[in-house]
Design a protein around this ligand. Sequence first.
Ligand code: UTP
Length: 407
Amino acid sequence: MRYDEAKKKMSDIGQPHVFDYYDELSDDQKADLLRQVEETDFSVLSKIEQGADDKRGVFSPLAAMQCSEIEAREKEFHDAGVKAIKAGKTAALLLAGGMGTRLGSDDPKGMYDIGITKPVYIFERIISNLLDVVKETDTWIRLFIMTSEKNHDKTVAFLKEHDYFGYKADRIVFFRQDMAPACDFNGKLYLESKNRISTSPNGNAGWYSSMVRAGLDKILADEGIEWINIFAVDNVLQRICDPCFVGATVLADVSVGAKVVRKAAPDEKVGVMCLEDGKPSIVEYYELSEDMMNAKDENGDPAYNYGVILNYLFRISELASVADDKMPLHVVKKKIPYMDENGNEVKPNEPNGFKFEQLVIDMIHQLETCLPYEVKREKEFAPIKNRTGVDSVDSARELLKYNGVEL
Ligand code: UTP
């Protein structure tokens, strides 16, 4: 894009300041800024005035497959899962594009060392969990790792340096997710340097469109992969592509399997699996009405009782119908590093603006059917969001020790 075109594009949307330092830039820096202006989708900024896409439909309960049923049918599920994995029909996808701002480390979250007497990295724990299945099934499961522009190089270098924690390098594929611009509370774009507009990863639903843009749907098709288990980087206990979960989802013949945990309390702050206008969905804890909180199923148990843990097994053939433009865009208050008017880099301690994200939970709602699959929270749910307190390094360490992991 030429300078005059780019300047007009940004002036037309009320953001001419993006070029305030243009005359000071080198030729490469100028080209970099012009490329960013050309490639970035600034239409997300209009979302601030439009307000949130929070109109919801009619909720009704969606029964989960409970641990008791899973235990009773364990062999059937396990055998079906091993068969699918051995046939190469299942891949894993690590969502590692997030910024991990709550943990507050400058490095990618997976590089965080949660060890006590020796180094134990988050990536190491995750890969070790997947390696259990590789060993059991004698199959190197294809592992995709989604990073972002912000953390890609560090992530790739770190994993290489650690020899991928025992994973086979040629079974791993890295790709970068797309980015969205970030702005202050008035919608004014932040600059992160004189030649770069502040951007942030476009949310954890960005994985499918980013994968397709990177041409990786070809690998899925060429290798006959039919299911993809996407999972968050920060849950150090979760099982990935575990045969029982894979088998139960395949046999249920659904669009997606979702790992869920029984809520610890009726008002626990987790998104709960349900139906919305008859389609699978997730109702946020703050959207649960008093009636929904007190509703009971036919066994007398709470009807909205199973929280999602960001571990889903998607049937790939149905993903093509999931359209980016049908998914709501969430405007999220976050801490956004920026360059001030004196050219100094500022790292705010409090949220100072908006990021724009699409979320996996909204993908689920575009699919027809879902199997909520119960896992025991003390065995499979140890998310690390914060350093201390709830969902923290401390709470995850306790749970890892409880499960016999040496730290
Ligand atoms: P979180 O919602 O916890 O976000 O991500 P985060 O960015 O890691 O952390 P905070 O909110 O800044 O503290 C849940 C999962 O989704 C991934 C994260 O890497 C994590 O595995 N994610 C999130 C992405 O891959 N891309 C995104 O744009 C956002």
